[in-house]
Write a protein that binds this ligand. Sequence first.
Ligand code: GTP
Ligand code: MG
Length: 311
Amino acid sequence: MEDKYNNEDFKSGIVALIGPPNAGKSTFLNSIIGEKIAIVSPKPQTTRNQITGIFTKENFQIVFIDTPGIHQHKGKLNNFLLKSAFAGLDASDVVVLMLDGHLYVKKEYLIKKEVSFIVERLSKIDKPILVVINKIDKIKNKNLLLPLTEEVLKFLPGKDIFYVSALTGDGCIEVIKKIVELLPYGPMLYPEDQISTAPLRFLAAELIREKLFLYLQKELPYSVAVNIDDWQEDEDLVRILATIYVSRESHKPIVIGNKGRMLKKVGTEARQELEDMLSKKVFLDLWVKVKPKWTENTGFLMSLGLGQDNF
Ligand SMILES: Nc1nc2c(ncn2[C@@H]2O[C@H](COP(=O)(O)OP(=O)(O)OP(=O)(O)O)[C@@H](O)[C@H]2O)c(=O)[nH]1
Ligand SMILES: [Mg+2]
């Protein structure tokens, strides 16, 4: 029997989505896949792990790796995040460097600050790089994109530049077309109906963390981690037991909130999304525990799957 996907009609490969924190990498991934695979928040450093999103069409399969935003902050957690981000690069056939265009409007000096460190690393690999300038829906005067583009090209001479809105989907098809052009011929890497490699338990923990990121203020989001301790599933109900870890005793009452309100809000919203995702009723039991200085605890970070390569 002829293998439909193992000839010169089909292309496949891995595409790393990299860029500074908050550029919209996870939003872009979700928009392409059409499902929420990666959590999103207005706060930087939302993504902590490599997350795959698989986009399959008649004649191609793109395996995107969403990665943590690249920055130069210190500390063990940040080292793990950086390791994940750069490991995505090594595994990829094509690199998409995503930038928040709106952030740089009339502030082109920020480009050097955010991009030069990434470009230094990119110079060590020999792979096609597409520069995607995101959030153009927020830039009403498109002429403002010119100085910004000129500045970006100083660091990435000769690279293809795309302008998109991951939020509205504007311009995203052009990026996909270019990626497909660059991909090698090859067979499907995953079954055609698979959209991610992330296990459901991971997605559940991430959804809880997303709500914490949305509602907690200041440094608190960076103090929380979520672990799924137990998952019991029957025909129409999933019972999930999860622990929210905080790094300091003083953070615990804030996460629980006055009369338990914060925990209730986080739990209710996460549960509703989980019910949609699993098409089942969900019983979500959330606990808050203090794990002093967990962001500096290598063993604990590894137990959360941080720094792990998916490729
Ligand atoms: N207006 C607008 N907002 C966007 C767009 N893309 C992303 N955002 C917003 O930007 C914020 C950051 O988006 P994320 O997708 O979490 O960014 P990220 O690059 O994955 O961030 P990290 O995981 O922290 O590295 C969120 O509030 C998004 O809603 C866009 O095209 N337009
Ligand atoms: Mg992200």
